[in-house]
Design a protein around this ligand. Structure first.
Ligand SMILES: O=C(CO)[C@H](O)[C@H](O)COP(=O)(O)O
Length: 312
């Protein structure tokens, strides 16, 4: 089939290649002319034959909104838009309604696979009517991993991005677990080769996984991760997962903690720990570390912290 693809970055560029390898025609548009097949969104739409299917693979939020708005003006009744970015699932219904008013269909699709997707395939979670999904099914089949699984029609519009959001929440917590275990192994005197412990876990263990394989790969290139700063960004999915948990009154302690751990990673110093130090000092006379002594271990070193207070 013929597909228009908007956004040819790390994900979209490789997806274009994989869909082409599947025998389909892909016309790609990107603001970067070096990677684009056409010079504008209008040119992209004009070069497709009706009924058109256009896959949007741009950052969630304003970029996706403006692309869908523009496509709404350019496409015709019977055409279909697929949002394959990491959009917030609550945006999907709005996009579907706006396009439906113009006779244009909408499918939301969560895509997982990262930069490895070109060779390994992309896991797909999509939402929309059966009729709309059928229009893009050949592209889903080209993108998905080989084998029985890796692709699901999760439900109505929004279900694809909701499923991807939960997937990413799980991803946050799994990564946090590996990170915590790694730090503990590095801190302990008894373990002499942490990287080899991680490597050994790749076979036979309960926790073997692709994330573990990637952790070993990272340690192989930088055994103690010395080149990295302990700073982790987030692009929204973890926050939305926690918000959805609150809406549904579902307890998510691990995922929430892993999101908050990223927030902590962005602080040079911890304002809340200043307050805790101040309060311990107030009620128990416990030692504090002066702001200009940050990083030094004093009387309030880890060992001292576990000493039972004498009062208060
Ligand atoms: O969807 C993904 C992986 O599955 C993306 O890599 C996403 O950016 C990960 O989320 P975050 O940036 O918040 O860590």
């Amino acid at each position: 089939m013929e597909l228009g693809l908007v956004g040819l970055g790390k994900m979209g560029g490789n997806m274009r290649e994989r869909i082409r390898r599947g025998g389909h025609t892909v016309i790609g548009y990107d603001r970067n002319p070096d990677v684009a097949d056409v010079g504008s969104l209008k040119e992209l739409v004009d070069s497709l034959s009706a009924p058109r299917v256009v896959w949007v693979m741009v950052p969630a939020g304003a970029a996706t909104q403006s692309t869908i708005d523009e496509l709404g003006d350019l496409l015709a009744p019977g055409d279909l838009v697929v949002d394959g970015g990491n959009s917030r699932w609550t945006d999907d219904e709005k996009h579907a309604e706006e396009l439906k008013a113009k006779g244009i269909g909408f499918v939301d699709c969560g895509v997982s696979g990262g930069v490895w997707g070109l060779e390994n395939g992309y896991a797909l979670m999509y939402g929309g009517s059966a009729q709309d999904v059928a229009k893009v099914q050949p592209v889903f089949d080209a993108l998905k991993p080989e084998g029985e699984f890796g692709s699901v029609h999760a439900g109505k519009v929004g279900a694809g991005h909701f499923a991807k959001m939960v997937h990413n929440g799980i991803e946050y917590a799994m990564m946090q677990s590996f990170a915590e275990g790694w730090e503990l192994l590095e801190a302990a005197d008894s373990v002499t080769d942490v990287r080899e412990v991680f490597r050994s876990w790749q076979e036979g263990t309960v926790i073997r996984s692709w994330l573990l394989d990637l952790a070993v790969k990272a340690l192989d290139s930088d055994e103690h991760l010395d080149a990295l700063r302990g700073y982790a960004a987030d692009s929204g999915e973890g926050r939305w997962t926690v918000e959805a948990a609150i809406d549904n009154a579902v307890p998510l302690p691990a995922i929430t903690a892993s999101l908050f751990a990223r927030f902590s990673s962005r602080q040079e110093d911890s304002p809340q720990m200043k307050m805790i130090a101040a309060l311990r000092n107030q009620f128990g006379g416990h030692a504090v570390t002066a702001a200009d002594k940050a990083g030094e271990k004093g009387a309030d070193s880890p060992g001292a912290d576990v000493t039972p207070p004498t009062g208060g």
